[in-house]
Design a protein around this ligand. Structure first.
Ligand code: SF4
Length: 265
């Protein structure tokens, strides 16, 4: 039996694939996106965070350890409690993170166990993993939630710490292999949302038959507090959230794609 490290399991998710889902958040990511909304997911090991607690009207900080090692049996046991909800809602399980493919044996065993239970599976990936790992999980993965962030590789490397050739190659390989893919684009003002980048993303989506849906995920401030608790600098501290008119403009750019498009997942 495999063991892995996760930082959360959340039930009743409605943004990580079809229906009502349980999302298992793996710890560890090969990227370091400066806008990362889950900075607690990046390190492949447990880490201490500061939490503010209140007692008798007084606030004080306590340290908590984030991330726990867990066996596939334990994860499946928790997933099994939700099967009737999956059945009623056409939902299932999403393996997210971090990057699930950083723990490939743990992920593969979980996917196989879900398949044995006839549970719909989605893998939420940044795409930065060896192609053979994608091939190994494909037979047990009903849907890939695939991030497309920045199409120029040097700019991608500047903002995420990794180039993107392997990400784009894996996406076209999934197309050749007949996978089912939903693309997610983080909209980060001044970084991913310029016309050149968005049109380049659109061209890739147009030419890839495996892509069935596009989600545009606008930047929000909610991660700010997480950075503080992790004692990490948050470089986008002063970035303004989107106004609705700008989001409408962006949505319009993609409106002639023949697939559902949503803002916010
Ligand atoms: S790929 Fe996702 S989890 Fe990894 S650093 Fe980027 S935003 Fe964070």
């Amino acid at each position: 039996m495999e063991k892995g490290i996760i930082f959360d399991i959340r039930h009743f998710s409605t943004h990580d694939g079809p229906g009502i889902r349980t999302t298992v958040f793996f710890k560890g990511c090969p990227l370091r996106c400066i806008w990362c909304h889950n900075p607690e997911s990046q390190k492949l090991e447990p880490e201490a965070i500061n939490r503010t607690k209140k007692l008798d009207g007084q606030e004080f900080e306590v340290k908590e350890i984030l991330g726990r090692y867990i066996s596939t049996d334990e994860v499946i046991k928790e997933i099994e409690t939700q099967v009737s909800i999956f059945d009623e809602s056409n939902g299932g399980v999403t393996f997210s993170g971090g990057e699930p493919l950083m723990q490939p044996r743990f992920l593969l065993e979980l996917l196989k166990r879900c398949r044995e239970h006839d549970i719909h599976t989605a893998v939420d990936t940044c795409g930065f993993a060896a192609p053979e790992l994608f091939r190994s999980i494909l037979p047990y993965t009903n849907l890939f939630l695939y991030d497309l962030k920045i199409i120029k590789s040097d700019k991608h490397k500047y903002y995420t710490a990794q180039p993107n050739e392997i990400i784009l190659n894996n996406l076209s390989m999934l197309n050749q292999l007949g996978a089912s893919v939903m693309v997610r684009v983080p909209l980060i003002p001044g970084i991913t949302d310029d016309e050149e980048n968005l049109l380049a993303i659109k061209e890739i989506v147009k030419g890839n038959n495996s892509i069935k849906r596009l989600d545009l995920l606008p930047y929000h401030h909610m991660a700010k507090d997480k950075y503080r608790r992790l004692n990490l600098p948050f470089e986008l501290e002063d970035l303004e959230a989107y106004k609705n008119e700008r989001l409408k403009e962006i949505e319009l750019m993609f409106s002639d794609l023949e697939m559902p498009i949503s803002i916010g997942g």
